[in-house]
Ligand binder design. Structure first.
Ligand code: NAX
Ligand code: ADP
Ligand code: K
Length: 463
């Protein structure tokens, strides 16, 4: 279990608002900073185990946290030095600096230490770091045994999750109060190292949360194959992809999987195979229809997609079917009475909804709003967004997922959960992403999509 799962993901503005609310409630900014800095110091103490600590302090409140932490470490008689980029520029940071009784070195001239603490900039960074700052940070980071970032690695954009310059990666990032988008979204997430959230007594909430384990029903005495959920998969030009979705749906717990394809494998026998006919989509027992994996992009594929869109069945639209979604078909998606889940990777997302400079979270949310569908915007930082505005961000599961067919497996898992309860498409999408990630973590390295589908059995039995 990851410590981040289930936590709200808070933007810089929301964090500032939460801080202001705490101040309005009677906790001064100095007390907030004292708490944050002391929490930071306690974590540094554990991680440093007696080695010398160098704390780099910036001009704002992130630097203020750094001064508080330095003073605490010194009070505990631990070896600590401070180097500043500029004098403190806020009242709270000035007060914190006044509490530090040691010398303040300059960033350019300070010598490295085994433990580097980056308290230069946090959520207040407003532009790219000066190249001289980046150079100093890189030099000190390269010589440190462990580098710890306070709140965020300095130089990342809090909300968009991008790096503003060629900044070095931290080994550990101490997220203050709550994770921010940059702790989860790549490329910034890749610069954070391990993330620990420190409680600073500032409650923050958000409709964006880190994806958490789903609560799924287990079969009971009353269960039968149709009540467990019936999934149909529409086949097409490339049989393997639809097969993968079908196997994944079964292994994620669907009671009945129907593969509507003209050709394909004979195994596993548990998949019920029939040729595609439009009539097959009228079976009222179908709880979810997966279309796209291996569908192809020709006339027949287009016809099957239109029949699927016109049907009364909840849909998972993936792969080739996403390529066939033009404006007119997107209108059909929006006006459907039953739910649609779309699972684009970055290329498919750009083609469907356009490129954008906004964060992946904002782009996924806008796409869900526009299409009326639940969007699973895939990648190492998969974002799930509902048309109602709820968002979940998944932590990176395993980069070995970057292999052909793993998306087909995801579509299958999502289809299985959707077929069990189509009322809550968003929950089904979240459960699918969670199970898929768990399966990938169990497999570690160089697995193939077939292994991933098979691994869903063990994952599902524990959810
Ligand atoms: N949000 C909270 O609840 C709390 C936040 N605290 C800390 O406060 C931080 C936010 O503090 P601030 O808003 O002061 O922001 P920062 O400390 O991140 O930096 C803001 C300062 O840096 C300057 N600046 C911004 N970009 C720059 C650049 N590229 N080059 C040079 N100067 C630049 C700004 O003009 C401003 O003076 C958080 O990250 C956290 O560390 C804690 O002290 C206490 C509680
Ligand atoms: N580098 C990565 N780290 C973590 N997950 C990844 C990475 N690359 C891809 N994935 C995941 O693997 C799956 C790939 O899906 P997709 O691109 O549709 O592949 P395919 O079409 O071959 O099945 C998605 O769930 C995606 O989130
Ligand atoms: K920092």
């Amino acid at each position: 279990m990851t410590p981040l799962s289930g936590k709200p993901v808070v933007t810089a503005a929301k964090m500032r608002a939460a801080e202001e609310a705490a101040i309005a409630d009677g906790t001064s900014v100095d007390i907030l900073m004292a708490r944050a800095g002391t929490e930071v110091a306690q974590t540094i103490r554990r991680l440093a185990s007696g080695s010398e600590v160098l704390i780099l302090c910036g001009p704002g409140n992130n630097g203020g946290d750094g001064y508080v932490a330095a003073a605490a470490l010194r009070a505990w008689s631990l070896p600590v030095r401070v180097a500043a980029l500029a004098p403190p520029a806020t009242d709270a940071a000035r007060n914190a600096c006044a509490g530090w009784s040691g010398p303040v070195e300059t960033l350019a001239e300070t010598k490295s230490a085994p433990i580097l603490v980056d308290a230069l900039f946090g959520t207040g960074l407003s532009r790219a770091l000066d190249p001289a700052i980046v150079a100093a940070l890189r030099r000190l980071n390269a010589r440190a045994r462990l580098s710890i970032a306070v709140d965020l690695p300095s130089g990342v954009d809090t909300d968009r999750g991008v790096a503003l310059g060629d900044i070095p990666a931290a080994d550990v990032t101490l997220a203050l109060g709550a994770p921010k988008p940059a702790h989860l979204l790549y490329p910034a997430a890749g610069l954070c190292g391990a993330i620990r959230v420190l409680d600073i007594g500032v409650p923050a909430s958000s409709d964006v949360m880190v994806l958490a384990a789903p609560d799924l029903p287990m079969p009971g005495p009353d269960s039968h194959k149709y009540s467990r959920g019936m999934v149909a998969v529409v086949g097409g030009d490339m049989p393997g992809a639809a097969e993968l979705s079908a196997i994944a749906a079964l292994r994620a717990g669907a009671g009945y999987v129907l593969l509507l394809a003209e050709h394909g494998a004979l195994q596993p026998h548990a998949i019920v195979r029939k040729a595609f006919t439009p009539d097959a989509l009228t079976d009222k027992r179908i709880g979810a229809l997966i279309i796209g994996p291996g569908l192809g992009r020709g006339d027949e594929a287009r016809a099957r997609l239109d029949q699927a869109l016109a049907s009364a069945v909840p849909l998972v639209i993936d792969g080739d079917a996403l390529h066939l979604l033009d404006t007119a078909r997107l209108d059909v998606v929006r006006n459907r009475a039953v739910p649609v889940i779309m699972t684009p990777h970055a290329g498919e997302f750009d083609a469907l909804f356009g490129k954008g400079e906004e964060s992946k979270i904002d782009r996924a949310r806008a796409a869900a709003l526009r299409s009326g569908a639940t969007i699973i915007f895939k990648g190492a930082d998969t974002v799930i967004a509902s048309p109602q505005g709820a968002v979940r961000v998944a932590q990176s599961a395993n980069a070995w997922l970057s292999t052909a067919g793993t998306g087909d497996v995801l579509a299958g898992a999502v289809g299985a959960f959707l077929s069990g309860n189509a009322n809550i498409a968003f929950d089904a999408a979240c459960a699918g992403v969670w199970a898929h990630a768990r399966a990938a973590r169990r497999l570690r390295g160089a697995f193939i999509a077939d292994d991933l589908a098979d691994a869903l059995t063990a994952v599902r039995s524990r959810l």
